[in-house]
Write a protein that binds this ligand. Structure first.
Ligand code: IDP
Ligand code: MG
Length: 152
């Protein structure tokens, strides 16, 4: 079975509390991406700090840590060719006022601090974030019978 690119996607507390988990998963599935790991967790302050370390010191950092630890999140790994780029495109721009309609943030959010999802922004970030949230045993290996219809 061909191993394709993996990316990390997380439904943030606002997405969970607004009942949007299924909507977000559905958008990934109908695009043709394959879920290989998924779990609901409460992020610890330590994990939050490690996940968002690039933003330490920015004006919104403390609020972001408080927010991401305020209620459960759903952490996922999605797989497919160019999965990082494709998932970021489905997620939309960081500021929902500028996200295109049709994207998750463009359709469902209005404020940058409550923009529903996190998605890795590069293959390096994806590897790092997958390693932060999952151990290898939590990843599933299986085939999608319809992959021949998706890829050349
Ligand atoms: P991204 O989630 O689109 O990759 P980043 O710039 O990496 O965006 O920022 C991480 C998260 O920090 C954003 O998704 C958002 O929740 C929060 N954030 C970023 N900039 C601001 C801001 O100016 N005000 C409030 N929250 C922000
Ligand atoms: Mg980011």
């Amino acid at each position: 079975m061909k191993s394709r690119e993996q990316t990390f996607l997380m439904v943030k507390p606002d997405g969970v509390q607004r009942g949007l988990i299924g909507n977000i998963i559905s958008r990934m599935e109908i695009k043709g991406l394959k879920p290989v790991a998924m779990k609901m967790i409460e992020i610890s302050p330590d994990l939050a700090a490690r996940h968002y370390e690039e933003h330490k010191g920015k004006p919104f950092y403390e609020g972001l840590i408080d927010f991401i630890t305020s209620a459960p999140v759903v952490a996922m790994i999605w797989e497919g060719d160019d999965a990082v780029t494709i998932v970021r495109a489905i997620v939309g721009a960081t500021d929902p006022r500028k996200s295109d309609p049709g994207t998750i943030r463009g359709d469902l959010a209005v404020f940058t601090g409550k923009n529903i999802v996190h998605a890795s922004d590069s293959q390096e970030s994806a590897k790092r974030e997958i390693g932060l949230f999952f151990n290898e045993k939590e990843l599933c290996t299986y085939s999608l019978p319809h992959e021949n219809c998706l890829y050349e």
